[in-house]
Write a new protein. Structure first.
Ligand code: NAI
Ligand code: MG
Length: 495
């Protein structure tokens, strides 16, 4: 097994770099590898094995064997115990996992620790669900006994993004495994490392071989192979809307595997004149700049009631200027670098598009420093609805701010997007909070808060933001199918 010795100011560890299939570390069949980059200084951290179609076939075969064999025979209680053990091991390894996450993804170390904690909490929560999945008995006619049971779907392909590598890993694995499925999970090519550390913990927790397989690789190769695979029963994806469409087409063109998608967003943050302004500014700031703007639910469209607009813009600028941008390993840092050169370039081109279209840069608008993919927190005003920066997901520390007149106007603007992942309302009026929340077409609406996700609360998209829900009891539905058993009683012959 190949490994690399990695070291940061916070931890040093032996980093696995292979493919984790059948509880073993292997190289790819073709022996390919790819480089993993530290976005804070653009250096190469290490190289990892790259999975191709052939490796996907091997991983799927391992997951199939486990699904038909050892995992099928495992009790729900034991599935739960294993997930809870994995959660404990992740907590015991928090320093290493968080340091790895900061190194590979660039996120601030305090945030990375938060992600590891939430990942463990998610696994523990689904561990609790494993022995609480129940069916029903339904009376139809007196000579029939009907029961409806929930069964796992089978082998699940899971394709995750780079913005929350270890957290998305847990969001995907928790409900799938609790429900009795087996998994082939592909990490994002930008951030494969933390998942490989966690893979060792899967083995240590005692999961049978083949239940959870973790591979590194590229979307167009390994991701496409999973989506089109004839022996993968379900694919779950988090990432861009364009790739979500591709995955759905691949599912349709192969074995009609079940599909759940958690896609992009352009979420509105609506601030009413009666809001507590200090509170609203803190959450609006956190809503867009948390995780460097790399959140599917980022509050990137900020609409403020016209009577408080000027004051709000001024105070928001002052607040954003205080966000500490810099070294992810500094405990005071709030915003690290963007994840990659590609994302950096994409965000800078959106900033250029905003400037060219005539929007006003209130703050930021430039690269920060010369090394690493750092971008200044950027606020645009004078943005019209038809501008690209108001319509498209930027996925960086860039937001647009505009005015609304009244409640109806706020609702109209809030819904003026093809997306529907999240939204927020800031108000001290209970009626406004409830009326506007009910009218917004979004999977999550926050009131006087933002980005406060919790593993007990379902999360997912209306409209083009996705299909299915993650977290909460709702996510189990993505990984279960319903079987009806209808038994004819008595000895009367049919006809
Ligand atoms: P992406 O959608 O290409 O990547 C996400 C995952 O999909 C990765 O694991 C990737 O390897 C895989 N993938 C890529 N092409 C695939 C294919 N043809 N078949 C199967 N899997 C494939 O996202 P990317 O390019 O990294 O980021 C582009 C934009 O996507 C971002 O700027 C952002 O707007 C959005 N995005 C949204 C995320 C979310 O949380 N909803 C997360 C990451 C990106
Ligand atoms: Mg990286």
């Amino acid at each position: 097994m190949s490994t690399a010795q990695l070291k940061t100011a916070h931890a040093s560890w032996e980093q696995p770099t292979g493919l984790f299939i059948n509880n073993e570390w292997v190289n790819g069949v073709d022996g390919k590898t790819f480089e993993v980059v530290n976005p804070a200084d653009e250096t190469v951290i290490t190289s990892v094995a790259e999975a191709t179609e052939k490796d996907v076939d091997i991983a799927v075969a391992a997951a199939r064997k486990a699904f038909e064999g050892a995992w099928r025979k495992e009790t729900p209680e034991n599935r739960g115990k294993l997930l809870r053990k994995l959660a404990d091991l992740m907590e015991a390894n928090i320093d290493k996992l968080a340091a790895c996450e900061s190194l590979d993804n660039g996120k601030a170390i305090t945030m990375a620790k938060g992600d590891v904690g939430m990942a463990a909490a998610t696994l523990r929560y689904y561990g609790g669900w494993a022995d609480k999945i129940e069916g029903k008995v339904v009376d139809t006619t007196p000579d029939t006994f009907n029961y409806i049971k929930k069964e796992p779907i089978g082998v699940c392909g899971q394709i995750i993004p780079w913005n929350f590598p270890i957290l998305m890993w847990a969001w995907k694995i928790g409900p799938a495994v609790a429900a009795g499925n087996t998994v082939v999970l592909k990490t994002a090519e930008q951030t494969p490392l933390s998942a490989l550390i966690a893979a060792n913990l899967i083995k240590e927790a005692g999961f049978p071989p083949g239940v959870i397989n973790i591979i590194s690789g590229f979307g167009k190769v390994a991701g496409a192979a999973i989506s089109a695979h004839m022996d993968v029963d379900k694919v779950a994806f988090t990432g861009s809307t364009v790739v979500g469409r591709t995955i759905m087409k691949a599912a349709a063109g192969s074995n009609l595997k079940k599909v759940t998608l958690e896609l992009g967003g352009k979420s509105p943050n609506l601030v009413f004149e009666d809001a507590d302004i200090d509170n609203a500014i803190s959450w609006v700031n956190f809503g867009i700049f948390f995780n460097h703007g790399q959140c599917c639910c980022a509050g990137s469209r900020i609409y403020v009631q016209e009577s408080i607009y000027d004051k709000f813009v001024q105070r928001f600028k002052e607040r954003a200027a205080k966000n500490v941008v810099g070294d992810p390993f500094d405990a005071n840092t709030f915003q690290g670098p963007q994840v990659s050169q590609v994302q950096f370039d994409r965000i800078m081109s959106y900033i250029d598009a905003g400037k060219t279209a005539g929007a006003t840069v209130e703050i930021g608008g430039k690269r920060k420093g010369e090394k690493g993919y750092f971008i200044e927190p950027t606020i645009f005003s004078n943005v019209s609805e038809d501008m690209k920066i108001m319509q498209e997901e930027i996925f960086g520390p860039v937001c647009s701010i505009a005015k609304f007149k009244n409640k109806e106007d706020a609702i109209r603007l809030g819904n003026a997007t093809t997306y529907g992942l999240a939204a927020a309302v800031h108000t001290s009026n209970l009626n406004t909070a409830i009326e506007v929340s009910n009218a917004l077409r979004a999977g999550t609406v926050w009131v006087n808060t933002y980005n406060t996700l919790h593993h007990q609360l379902p999360f997912g998209g209306f409209k083009e933001s996705g299909i299915g829900r993650e977290l909460g009891e709702a996510a189990l539905d993505n990984y279960l199918q319903t079987k009806t058993v209808s038994i004819r009683l008595g000895d009367a012959l049919f006809g």
